[in-house]
Design a protein around this ligand. Sequence first.
Ligand SMILES: Cc1cc2nc3c(=O)[nH]c(=O)nc-3n(C[C@H](O)[C@H](O)[C@H](O)COP(=O)(O)O)c2cc1C
Ligand code: SF4
Length: 425
Amino acid sequence: MNKNACVRKLLTKRFGEINPGSIDDYISRGGYDSLRKALAMSGGDIINEIKNSGLKGRGGAAFPTGLKMQAVKEAGGSPKYIICNADEGEPGNFKDRYLMENDPHQLIEGIIICAYATGIKHGYIFIRGEYARAAAMVEKALEQARIRGFLGDNILDAGFDFDIDVYTGAGSYVCGEEFALLVTIEGKSGRATYKPPFPTTCGLYNKPTQINNVETFCNIPHIIEMGGAEFSKIGTDSSKGTKLVCLSGNVVRPGLYEVVFGTSIKDIIYGLGGGIPNNREIKMIQLGGASGPVIPSDMSDLPLDYASMRENDLNFGSGAIIVMDERINVLDILKRIIGFFHHESCGKCTPCREGLAQTLILLDRFIEGVAVEKDLALLGILIETMSEASICGLGQAAPTAIKKVLQYFPEEFQSRIHATDSAAV
Ligand SMILES: Cc1cc2nc3c(=O)[nH]c(=O)nc-3n(C[C@H](O)[C@H](O)[C@H](O)COP(=O)(O)O)c2cc1C
Ligand code: SF4
């Protein structure tokens, strides 16, 4: 196959070409031109361009970014806030770190354009605590942007005042969830809450708040530069633009790849990733990260595309692809995944807090070969309850991998059911 067929460098085009610590390098490659262009437009026109582009949020839920901005702009209440979610706690994801470390001004420019469009004067970039290098790069870039007049009072003499603070997390996965993140900035303990209301009307300090992922904001300067209609020509009907993919696991060339939406998972693994070491077979592929679904290798022809994923009751979250070859022990992998979520659960709601603990006990019974048929039924009830009744996405998505193993690899559980007990139940 042609390994270049699916690659298009938009967000990563300056990676390795510029010194990310130099604002001059960024400017010399067209940086901040989109901000100048945007400042000559009305906020409404900018939002229309973003709507026309078809951009959907890259943080996992794929909500249309233009609609979110319009909701913030139209919401009553002042001041309003804009927040960049750079928590990136999902195991298997590292794209936001690369974006911040290799081209921090691209992110800052995207945030400033959105703030101008929605009439916001203050922003935060919430960076995962472990990302010390990324935080330092972003802080340095913010200072450079202030000195050059891209941040602060009367930006580029356009009569627009705006600045951004960096807030670093303290190592909690759930703080990537938007409400947990907001209350953390307010100085409270990071716990999710019921929705609605959504942050667009009732966010930071109960004020209208635009919150988007790093990759989402990084698309904005490109949309303004090429226009929404032109941007929307990249990708597929349901999925516009490019997607950063974090390829990891048993592949020859793991790493970060930027591909056009519609590229197949197989082309990413075999074309870009170089296939599986020693030509081993793939056992399963996890999409999106620890909270994502697993699929067998014969589904790897599926394109990276929101509609195709939805049709198959799948999703690719924020873009991780984790490849596991024939040597893995599926139940051990599930135990690790559930163990992670059990550790990260904030404990606020029973289905997640208790459900994860009970799931771990049940998984152990299968791993030890002492499970009986009714354990399988109980597992089914547990994971359904967690998905349906947990307050936030952590508990709702934690059992996704188990669900998909039950669907695509039922023998992994069936073969561990204790024969004698199974007959007796
Ligand atoms: C448990 C949990 C963790 C999350 N972690 C992140 C994260 O690290 N980064 C992120 O952008 N979104 C994360 N999200 C999604 C955010 O709540 C939110 O939907 C996203 O930041 C919105 O940005 P977008 O519209 O640009 O995708 C998480 C959601 C849940 C439920
Ligand atoms: S689902 Fe889990 S993480 Fe989310 S609120 Fe409930 S206990 Fe906390």
